[in-house]
Design a protein. Sequence first.
Length: 430
Amino acid sequence: MESKFLEKLEKVLLPIGSKIANQKHLQAISVGMMMTLALIVVGSLFLIVANPPINLDMVDLNTSNVFLKFMIGWKQFAVANYDIITRPFNFTMGVVGLMTAFTIAYSLANEYKLNNLTSGLISMVIFLMIAAPIEDGKIVMQYLGADGLFIAIVISLISVEISMVVERFNWKFKSEHIPPAVLSFMNALIPLFLNIVIIYGVSAVIFAKTGKTIPGIIMALLTPALSVGNNIWGYLIILLFGNILWLFGINGTSVIFPIVFSIGIANTGINSELVRQGKSPEMLMNLQMFRVAVLGGAGNTLGLILLMLKSKSEQLKTLGKLAFVPGICGINEPVIFGTPIIFNPILGIPFLVTPLVTVSLTYIAQKLNIISMGYIVDPSFTPFFIQGYLSSLDFRNLIFYFGLVVVSLVIYFPFFKVYEKNLIKQEMDM
């Protein structure tokens, strides 16, 4: 039965995957994102170091326990030096939009046989003009990272297409007497000028009319109303919306975070007060629901990472090893950008479905008292199993979280096998 199901899935999805693999723009996005993978993985590790898995409000600071002393010391050091520790993250993952603007343009220019370095630099400069306004003499970095990824993809593709127009019309300087380096500089002037006039010109007009940058407008339009998410159906719709955005290169978690996190914090606070009064917690839509929604990161990709570790594809196996430690801490950008899941209809299906299933199971399990409702605000970016316990100090929740990882693995499995087969074929053809 499993074999027949996989065969049917392959028949439907493999042709789509093959077409996408051969489409120049989508291929450039995939290759460009892979180029940034090493920086993303290393940067993510520093974010883990900056967020040790301990809540100082829940422990005795004068304890004699050696392990707790170490954890307390680590936490205090991390709090005191947070900016220093997270600097590697800020200038790797924190500027992934800027890096992607270069790498995607570089990759697409390769496909078109253009000057790849010049194309990458033009794209990066235009992206900075649009996504990094200067306020009070300082560059605003908000959209240089994942929040600006969508606009970085769009700019990189359009900027290369503009350069390609210059190439088609042969608007170039030619002379045997001009040194190659000087000629390359001169031939970069026209595409750079046209990119500034066309792309930045549109951005400037929009800013003059609205007072907002293009990335700011996009994020404002995508943020839904807060009141929708305080019930399970509204919550699931918001999660689905956020993960759909991820598939198009928009940081969906960033868009929905203010909604789902504020709901979780508020309801966890109510549960905490009820527990303090000796009563049972009542708020089902607590912070634990958000932790489950991003178990292993957006799309619940921890099960996918485990499948990658045993993959016959060298690319997937290597990526699984790189993504495992960040993944158990809820940081899955290496998987989203490295696989990639963005613009990937095969892995996009379980990426959307899995969180809906795991969050629904958590809601039901809380309602039936199979697990405890969350009443503690646990630390972010800590291993999922630690969060599972700290949310309610109940080992049932810890076991349940491991069960959700298995659910994730099962849902991803058939789609993973189809995608793996496609990749293995590509690796053998290389």
